[in-house]
Design a protein around this ligand. Structure first.
Ligand SMILES: [Zn+2]
Length: 305
């Protein structure tokens, strides 16, 4: 049963009129789910708010205090050059983090699998004590830490195919041998990290501008898949960003819906071999609403197979 976690509060994170990380992204996904017929096979859940204990497995308590204190009652406040908080942001961020935690719980209790979290704000740029790149709390890292600490897993893989490097996830787990972090990203490109990793649990696949599907598939087949097979993850978490799509103006990569379907199917096969099929996928980027929504549908169809 494919679980689908979201919450109306995630629509209330108001980034302003010209910001690419807009509520319309989730509307586009919802509409495409209905048009594709997938809407009827999803088991929907409302995301709970993550608790402080769950968040503080990844973030400094003083940082969490700072974000809570910064939440405005009116208007908006800039947290970082491109990360803003509106009155609805704190609840959206708590639910986005709580969605990943709930996804892990649903899977570990046998109630759903795989599970997709349609949430915003995204999370993979958020470091231990630093908001950046539209991200406040690192949703995928908080979910992975929950799988380790609350469910006792000892090998969790995070696969991040967002076009930007998941610097926050690397920050969280660079010294954590229970986590394998596989990341592909346009390079050189924001946030200009991730290309010099020499830690064995970080598998970086930097891709030059202009990279299209065949080169992406070859690169991740060469670097990610052997690492994943050797690691034998008990759960795979996906930082599912769709901003490497050719229609997405945010980047200069040229992936397609078919590429997202392909990588998802490959990860499903690895999860079936090693992880009892357990996959949690959490939305990260994707800023062209049309291609984002079609790519999410391709992703979910592959998760269902
Ligand atoms: Zn991104």
């Amino acid at each position: 049963m494919l679980g689908y976690i979201s919450h109306d509060d995630c629509m209330k994170h108001d980034t302003g009129p010209l910001h690419p990380e807009a509520p319309e992204r989730l509307d586009a996904i919802s509409n495409q789910l209905i048009m594709s017929g997938l809407d009827y096979v999803l088991m929907r859940h409302d995301a709970p708010k993550a608790t402080r204990e769950q968040i503080e497995r990844i973030h400094d308590p003083a940082y969490v205090d700072r974000i809570i204190a910064a939440a405005p009652e009116n208007g908006s406040v800039e947290i970082d050059g491109d990360t803003v908080m509106s009155p609805g942001t704190l609840n959206a961020a708590l639910r986005a983090a709580g969605a990943g935690v709930m996804a892990v719980d649903l899977i570990m209790s046998g109630k759903a699998n795989p599970v997709f979290c349609a949430v915003r704000p995204p999370g993979h740029h958020a470091e231990r004590a630093q908001a950046m790149g539209f991200c406040l709390f690192n949703n995928v890292a908080i979910a992975a830490a929950h799988a380790l600490e609350a469910h006792g897993l000892s090998r969790v893989a995070i696969v991040d195919f967002d076009v930007h490097h998941g610097n926050g996830t690397e920050d969280a787990f660079a010294d954590e041998p229970r986590v394998l972090f596989c990341s592909s990203f346009q390079h050189p490109f924001y946030p200009y990290s991730g290309h010099e990793a020499d830690t064995p649990n970080l598998v970086d696949v930097p891709l030059p501008a202009g990279t299209a599907g065949p080169a992406f598939r070859a690169a991740v087949s060469e670097h990610w898949f052997p690492a994943l097979e050797a690691f034998r993850p008990q759960m795979i978490l996906i930082s599912a960003g769709f901003d490497a799509h050719i229609m997405d103006d945010m980047s200069s990569l040229a992936l397609s819906e078919a590429d997202y379907g392909w990588i998802t199917s490959e990860l499903v096969a690895i999860a079936k071999r090693h992880a009892e099929g357990r996959i949690v996928s959490i939305l990260e980027g994707g800023y062209d609403p049309g291609s984002l929504a079609r790519s999410v549908v391709a992703h979910l169809k592959a998760l269902l197979d």
